[in-house]
Write a protein that binds this ligand. Structure first.
Ligand code: GAR
Length: 189
């Protein structure tokens, strides 16, 4: 069973779905958040998952912040980092220690609409399609190797909230499924 730490910054709905999927191929050992008021912390408490708020402001540099995270990950023998709405760029400290072992979900069909407010950008574009992407994290912004992506048709009558809900609905189904097959050691040897 692959030991995972999930990183989040806010709501944590994807984190919750990953936990609830209760897959035999992976186990979520830990939630790490960078925001004290992240609702993901409440979810972790209710789900019985260990969680830690690590305040980036308590460190002199990003590298020191990530070194601290790395020491915690080692303590819990974490093998993979799964980002679920973690709104911070991962830098070399974690990237070199978790090479091709950091996974992200992004709410657009990359390389279309990278960045922080993809859903808003897609909504304002008036495009007829968007999508979701699960990818490995590299040093770029939303540029790493794509593991899975799918298209979502946009109903022109949707408001931004309805578009957001549709994207989340698909993310909640797809993220656990993709991790499940990625970590299925009987097929990925
Ligand atoms: C998700 O839609 C995820 O794709 C997005 O943040 C949301 C988090 O929702 N991630 C990014 O935009 C990363 N660039 P959640 O906290 O309810 O899981």
């Amino acid at each position: 069973m692959v030991k995972i730490a999930v990183f989040a910054s806010g709501n944590g709905s994807n984190f919750e779905k990953l936990v609830q999927a209760k897959d035999k191929n992976y186990s979520i050992e830990l939630l790490i958040v960078d925001q004290e008021d992240a609702f993901a912390l409440d979810r972790a408490k209710n789900l019985g998952i260990r969680s830690k708020f690590i305040n980036p402001k308590n460190f002199t540099s990003k590298s020191e912040y990530e070194k601290n995270i790395f020491s915690i990950l080692k303590e819990y023998s974490i093998e993979y980092i799964v980002l679920a709405g973690y709104m911070r760029i991962i830098s070399s400290e974690l990237l070199r220690n978790f090479e091709k072992k950091i996974i992200n979900i992004h709410p657009s069909y990359l390389p279309e609409f990278p960045g922080r407010d993809s859903i808003g950008d897609v909504f304002r574009s008036k495009n007829s399609q968007t999508g979701i992407t699960i990818h490995y994290v590299d040093e770029g912004i939303d540029t790493g190797e794509i593991i899975y992506q799918e298209r979502i048709d946009i109903n022109p009558l949707w408001n931004k909230e309805e578009l957001t809900n549709k994207i989340h609905e698909r993310e909640h189904i797809v993220y656990p499924e993709v991790l499940k097959s990625l970590f299925d050691r009987s097929i990925n040897i």
